[in-house]
Design a protein around this ligand. Structure first.
Ligand SMILES: Cc1cc2nc3c(=O)[nH]c(=O)nc-3n(C[C@H](O)[C@H](O)[C@H](O)COP(=O)(O)O)c2cc1C
Length: 174
């Protein structure tokens, strides 16, 4: 894997071409999502794929920081009913975040741009998105990912900061 062309190249894209995303590519993104690790391999994720412009319009209105056009979206949700005990269920956010990041990275390889739009834990966003997507009570939206062909260029980069790195113990350097 070339880190420069995949991980550093992933940037939040907020301008998309007015061009649909092929269903096969959306399926590849979902396959990437479900290759993610999850606590005890419980895989509490559910995905709602949206390509209907009317529904995307409703999402745009529902989320304060999503006020831009996208031809497709995937809502990454946690299905809390799959957990047999509360302890295990506490990992659902990490599990669904791992799946989300896989989608963002896989999209780069497919020439697609994405942006992660936060939903959970903002209750009003959760409520609105749940209503728009008809989610049952036991399914919570973690985020919505906008997806499309990029109409803006952003440079690949890391945000490496050695001050955030500690060796052997906090505050220790090499
Ligand atoms: C939990 C989370 C929530 C985010 N919510 C939004 C959002 O609502 N709207 C948006 O435009 N970007 C959102 N972003 C994208 C961040 O703004 C973006 O990742 C950050 O500015 C770094 O830029 P980069 O993704 O290009 O590296 C979110 C990212 C994360 C991880």
């Amino acid at each position: 894997m070339n880190i420069q062309d995949t991980i550093y190249a992933r940037r939040s894209i907020r301008k998309y071409e007015d061009k649909p995303v092929e269903e096969e590519k959306l399926e590849l993104l979902l396959k990437a999502a479900m290759a993610a690790p999850s606590g005890m391999n419980i895989k509490p994720w559910e995905f709602v794929v949206v390509t209907d412009p009317e529904v995307i319009g409703k999402i745009r209105s529902a989320l304060m920081f999503a006020k831009f056009y996208a031809p497709a979206a995937i809502a990454v949700c946690g299905n809390l009913s799959v957990f047999k005990n509360f302890k295990a269920s506490r990992f659902w956010v990490q599990d669904c975040s791992a799946a989300t990041q896989n989608i963002l990275l896989a999209a780069v390889g497919l020439g697609l741009g994405t942006v992660w739009l936060g939903v959970h834990p903002v209750h009003v966003f959760e409520k609105r998105i749940s209503g728009i997507l008809a989610l049952p009570k036991h399914v919570t939206p973690l985020n919505v990912i906008y997806i499309g062909y990029p109409a803006e260029n952003k440079p690949a980069r890391t945000q490496y900061d050695p001050a955030r790195v500690h060796w052997q113990a906090y505050g220790e350097s090499k």
